[in-house]
Design a protein around this ligand. Structure first.
Ligand SMILES: [Zn+2]
Length: 318
């Protein structure tokens, strides 16, 4: 696509260009889309370092402004972890210099010793990097490993999907909660001890998350299913069975998830009231268990007002 923009280039629109265009469209439609910075609140940088790569996310007001990741060269791979994490911060600052220099910056790091301003400088390199941090005048804050889900977005793990979802309003699950409840889920533990196929363990620092090995979707323990189903059903504005099953299964899995969705949709009062007409003209009205069946057994009265009524900009008595 970029090639087509050159002045001396002949404009050719073939299947390759069409493919690139369609791909761009779908990428733009995804949730990971970035937003523009507002300069009145601090920028928050989350960093992470693994054996062979460093990565970070720059955020503001809970929105992503930019992602950064870089492969470590052979020498850097032998750095102590703290120095790798320091490198991640430094490289992020350099990469986003145009956006970050002169702004309020908070860096969240899992390395507690980085947050002490007087920590010893083990080499000239570290000293130079420390000086660069001072140039930006940032605040370094310690963040616990389990909470640094953000940086895992850079690593190919299902936790990345969970992170994006937990940005949504009222989303009932988070990584720590799922991990705790997975330990208490009897069926899952039984399946694991009897080595049933279909499960895969993902170890993230101190936590172990079990996922469905086929599509790497997160295994939802029994105790969390109801709230997740409710959230999906309301957030998707009462979808049909198929639509809800497909959306939920993009990220989550448990045995019998399809049936659970079907039951929920069929029992949802709102869905029945609104959608029954389209399918069947006449049918049973769904009544709450406590409904009275004889006329006048229950009478509802409601009062509203008083109102301020204006007519031709004059106040009139209703
Ligand atoms: Zn519904």
């Amino acid at each position: 696509m970029t090639d087509l923009c050159g002045q001396m280039k002949k404009f050719i629109w073939g299947s390759q260009q069409e493919d690139a265009f369609q791909k761009m469209k779908s990428l733009l439609a995804q949730e990971t889309i970035l937003t523009y910075p507002e300069f009145d609140k601090p920028f928050v940088i989350y960093t992470n370092a693994s054996e062979c790569q460093i990565g970070s996310i720059v955020r503001k007001n809970e929105k992503q402004l930019g992602f950064f990741s870089k492969k470590l060269n052979e020498t850097q791979q032998h750095y102590p972890v703290t120095e790798q994490e320091l490198l991640a911060i430094v490289e992020t600052l350099k990469y986003f210099k145009h956006m970050l220099l002169g702004q309020d910056i908070i860096v969240k790091t899992e390395r507690k010793n980085l947050t002490h301003p007087n920590s010893t400088h083990t080499s000239d390199r570290v000293l130079r990097q420390r000086l660069l941090l001072e140039e930006y005048g940032m605040e370094l804050q310690y963040i616990q490993g389990e909470r640094n889900v953000v940086a895992d977005v850079l690593l190919p793990l299902p936790t990345a999907k969970l992170f994006l979802l937990s940005e949504e309003e009222d989303f009932p699950l988070n990584l720590v909660l799922i991990v705790q409840h997975q330990l208490d889920d009897k069926k899952l533990q039984q399946a694991l001890t009897s080595h049933q196929p279909g499960f895969k363990k993902i170890v993230r620092k101190v936590v172990e998350l079990y996922v469905h090995s086929h599509q790497e979707t997160i295994y939802v323990p029994a105790s969390l299913r109801a709230s997740l189903l409710q959230w999906y059903h309301l957030t998707l504005q009462h979808p049909g069975i198929k639509h809800m099953q497909a959306t939920l299964k993009e990220n989550f899995y448990w045995p019998g998830v399809d049936a659970a969705v079907e039951t929920l949709v069929q029992k949802c009062n709102t869905c029945q009231k609104c959608k029954l007409a389209a399918v069947k003209k006449y049918g049973k009205i769904l009544l709450p268990a406590s409904s009275k069946l004889t006329p006048w057994e229950e009478v509802h009265v409601d009062l509203i007002g008083p109102w301020d009524v204006r007519y031709n900009s004059m106040a009139v008595k209703p």
